[in-house]
Each structure stands twice: as C-alpha cells, then as structure tokens.
Ligand binder design. Structure first.
Ligand code: NAP
Length: 464
C-alpha cells in the first residue's frame, strides 16, 4: 500500500492500493508496446516531450515542492531547489540528449564499420523517497529521449509525488506506456524483472534493495544500474578559509536533513585543526531553528519517517554505549513528528555501527588523523565509495589526495553535489553504473556494430 504520512506530524494523509499481479502484467505489456513505436519516433519528438516535462515542472513548481515537503519532510526551500534541479535534468536531456545518440566509425582495412547507439526496450526504475523528483529525472529523462520506455516503482511513502510525475509526462504529450507509474509492493519488482517484456532495471536505494534487484536482473541476464548508499568522507587538510570549511561541512551534513546518499558523513580532520573544526561545527549545529518544514525560516525539519528516526537512534545509541563522545545532540527531539537533534560524535571506533554504516540523518562523525596518508586510509576504510570532499587551498595537493580516494566522485572545496552535466555514481557497495551527463544515456543501450563488406568479399572463418 502506497501511503502519504506527514513526518512533521506523523499523521496519515492519503493511501493508494497496490496493483494486482494481473494489472502489473498489463502495464508491462503497454510499456513494451509503447517501446515498439517510441523507438521509431523521431528523436526530436522524443526530446521535445522530455523538454516539455522540464518546462511544466517549472510552471507547477510551487505545488510540486509542497508535495515533497508534505510526503518526506524536506524543508520547503530545499523542495523548491529539488524541483528546479529535476527540471534542469529534463531540459538538459531534451536539449543535449539527441547529440549523445552517436554513430562512431571504426578504422578498418576494408569496407566500413560503425557502432550505432540504439534503445533496448521497456525498463523498470525503482526509486527512493529522499529526492522523489530528482532521482526519477536522472533515470527517466535520458532513457525516454533515447527511445526506451520506463515504468517507475516509486517509494511507497511518496505516492502523490509519483502521481504528479506521471501527470507531467502525460501533459507533456508522452504517448500511453512511455512513462508509467506503478503502485506495487517491493516484492512485485522481481515479477516485473522476470518478465520477458522488460529489458533492464535501475534501482536507487539501499544496499539490501540493490542486492535484491541485482539478483533478479542477474538470473534473467538483464542489464542493471544500481545507485546505492554512501558514507562520504570530508577531508580537511588545512585551516585556510576556515569559515568556508565549517559552512561546507554543515551544508554537506545537513542538506536534506542529512538524508542524501552523497551527504558528507565522515569528517576526517588533520590533528592540528581538529578542536577548532569540532567547535565550529558544534556552534553551527547549536544555532539551528527547528520547526515545521513548510515554514521557510526552519533550518532543521523532521526525518522522512518514524522508522528512519528509529534506525538512526539505534545507530547513535550503539555508538554511545560503546564509548563514543556526544559533542552535541544525540537524542530525538520531544515534539510531534520524526525530529532528531543535529548531532556530532567523536571517538567512534571500528566496532561501532557508526564507523561502517551509513548514517542517514543529521549526525556527523568527526575523526582526527595525523597526516594526509592516514586521512586517505581512513577515507577508504569504508564499504562505500560514492562521493568525497577534500578541503585545501593547495589545489595540487587536494587533487593528489582526490586521485587516491576510492569513490565515484570527489569534490574539492565543496560538498559532493549534482548537476545534469556531471556524471553521478559510485564504486564498491555504492553501486554500479552512472547517471547524468552523456554516461547516463549509455547504460541501457545497444551499441550495435554494423560491419559492411563488399558483396564479393573473400569468406574466412570468423573467430568468436
Ligand atoms: P530503500 O528502502 O532501498 O527503498 C528504495 C526503493 O526500493 C523503494 O522504492 C522501495 O520500495 C524499493 N525496495 C525496497 N526493498 C526492495 C526489494 N527487496 N526489492 C525491490 N525494491 C525494493 O531505500 P530508501 O530508504 O528509500 O533510500 C535511502 C537509500 O537510498 C540510502 O541508502 C541512500 O544512500 C540511497 N540513495 C542512493 C543514491 C545514489 O544515487 N547512489 C541516491 C539517493 C539515495 P518501498 O518504498 O515500497 O519499500
């Protein structure tokens, strides 16, 4: 059952029944049929639809933003930013996408060899609640321009945002079956992937969900893209422009109330600057205005749900029990809704859950290290490898450190962020594949070789 529960009050707002298996099968058939004609539709027309989705998002930005805040507690100004970012992704692929569908010629001794880029079919995308529009845009925009069709199983806690997206595609002129919202249970996703009508699957979410979708795709020998969790390091190498460093650290940790895969989660600071850094962050956390996420003055809103809060609480309590020091926070906030204090932990050791697990909320772990080498070692001592930040005024030094970090993205002097024209994705348990930029359009493609030889070519046994 897909259900809106306002996390600022924990009140149920709206619920929607899940599709039956038969209804799901019919949706898969419609998406497959739509693919057969969508792939033959001129790319300019496909791109127009996607560009129009971006324009409509901007026209409807106030209503769309309010839905995000209602369904997952995002601060209203962050919701507006998300709507703009998602719209910019649709616009980007509408404008640039056709140019990414390339035909590449290979030098050959005789005749001609080209590799053309073609779509592969109907895809299922499984999406998380933390960025309900932006995540879908990353998956849907490039694939719809390419000629694939998409079915989206959104997180069950943001059904109204999911319906709003489907409406945008319909109003932008997408034919039936090009974009389909699916209200289905997590365990029906495997049924969709098992169907011969589905050509590939993409999931953004937790490791457990990623493993489950990866397994279903694997047994069906289908292409999969997985965008999973992260525990991004934020490495501080000097104390130049310290105010900027503290601001970046607070922004990196607290954006989206800390519920971002690329939030800075582990702050790794060279020993001489450690105390000053912890104090700077503490002062920033102490001054936050807690309140209703719909109020533009609020700086710390609720977590996305009561379950999310309980999970974070258990992780912090485990660290406290095992001897971590709580510099500030460390408890839920006593008011209605899923509110948790902005928290700083130090003295975290490998036997604590907070050392290896992703902390999906406003909880920062700060470590002191002796030198740059120790900073890199600690940064890489994580099952995840999504983003990372290096702070230093010596850009050459920062770049050398960036080179040695095991992650899909490193940002120098800025917390990890996202833009349509920058590739996004991770290594290790953060996932496989890339979204955004032209790489985001190359995942679900057939790079077909067409080798042309003269009709009178001498025949030889080919290898392979
Ligand atoms: P989640 O519980 O894994 O849910 C994500 C989606 O997967 C939801 O639609 C969920 O459906 C579905 N799902 C859950 N279990 C499934 C299963 N066994 N089979 C198929 N689908 C399943 O994750 P979340 O809590 O919503 O999202 C937070 C996680 O996403 C964090 O770890 C975060 O770091 C990660 N994330 C990664 C990126 C990235 O780009 N790398 C971006 C954003 C978020 P239901 O809602 O119905 O359970």
């Amino acid at each position: 059952m897909a259900m809106t529960i306002n996390p600022a009050t924990n009140q149920e707002v709206e619920k929607y029944p899940d599709l039956t298996d038969d209804q799901l099968d019919r949706a898969l058939e419609r998406a497959h049929r739509a693919y057969l004609s969508w792939r033959e539709t001129a790319v300019e027309r496909r791109a127009d639809v996607v560009r129009r989705v971006g324009a409509l998002m901007l026209e409807r930005h106030e209503d769309l933003a309010r839905l995000l805040t209602l369904e997952m507690g995002k601060l209203i100004k962050e919701s507006e930013n998300e709507v703009r970012l998602a719209a910019s992704i649709f616009t980007y692929y509408g404008d640039q996408g056709p140019g990414f569908i390339t035909e590449e010629t290979i030098d050959v001794a005789e005749g001609q060899a080209v590799v053309v880029t073609q779509p592969i079919g109907a895809l299922i995308g499984v999406e998380p609640w933390n960025f309900p529009y932006y995540q879908v845009a990353r998956f849907a925009a490039p694939n719809v321009v390419l000629g694939n069709t998409v079915l989206v199983k959104h997180a069950s806690q943001c059904p109204q945002s999911a319906l709003a997206l489907e409406r945008l595609f319909r109003d932008a002129g997408a034919p039936e079956g090009v974009y389909t919202n699916l209200f289905i249970k997590a365990d029906q996703v495997a049924r969709a992937i098992d169907s011969p009508l589905i050509a590939g699957a993409s999931l953004t979410g937790s490791e457990a969900a990623g493993a489950s979708v990866g397994q279903a795709a694997g047994r069906n020998l289908k292409k999969v893209v997985l965008e999973l969790g992260g525990s991004d390091p934020f490495i501080v190498l000097d104390e130049d422009r310290f105010e900027h460093t503290i601001k970046a650290a607070i922004l990196g940790r607290l954006a989206n109330t800390g519920q971002s895969c690329v939030a800075s989660k582990r702050f790794i600071v060279l020993e001489p600057y450690f105390d000053k850094f912890v104090e700077g962050m503490r002062a920033g956390f102490a001054g936050l205005r807690v309140g209703d996420p719909m109020d533009p003055q609020t700086q710390l809103g609720p977590l996305s749900s009561e379950d999310a809060l309980k999970h974070l609480e258990e992780q912090v309590n485990d660290a406290k029990r095992k001897g971590a020091k709580v510099v500030i926070g460390g408890n839920r906030i006593e008011r209605p809704g899923a509110y948790y204090e902005a928290t700083i932990l130090t003295g975290v050791t490998p036997e604590m859950r907070a050392y290896r697990e992703e902390l999906f909320g406003p909880v920062a772990v700060v470590y002191a290290v002796d030198d740059e080498r120790a900073a890199i070692e600690l940064a890489n001592d994580s099952p995840f490898g999504l983003g990372a930040t290096v702070i230093a005024s010596d850009l050459k030094r920062a770049r050398a450190v960036a080179q040695r970090i095991e992650s899909g993205m490193v940002w120098i002097n800025h917390p990890t962020a996202s833009a349509p024209n920058l590739p996004f994705g991770g290594v290790k348990r953060s996932g496989v594949g890339r979204e955004l930029w032209r790489l985001g359009m190359q995942e679900f493609t057939n790079r077909k070789l067409i080798r042309t030889l003269p009709a009178d070519v001498k025949l030889e046994m080919a290898a392979g």
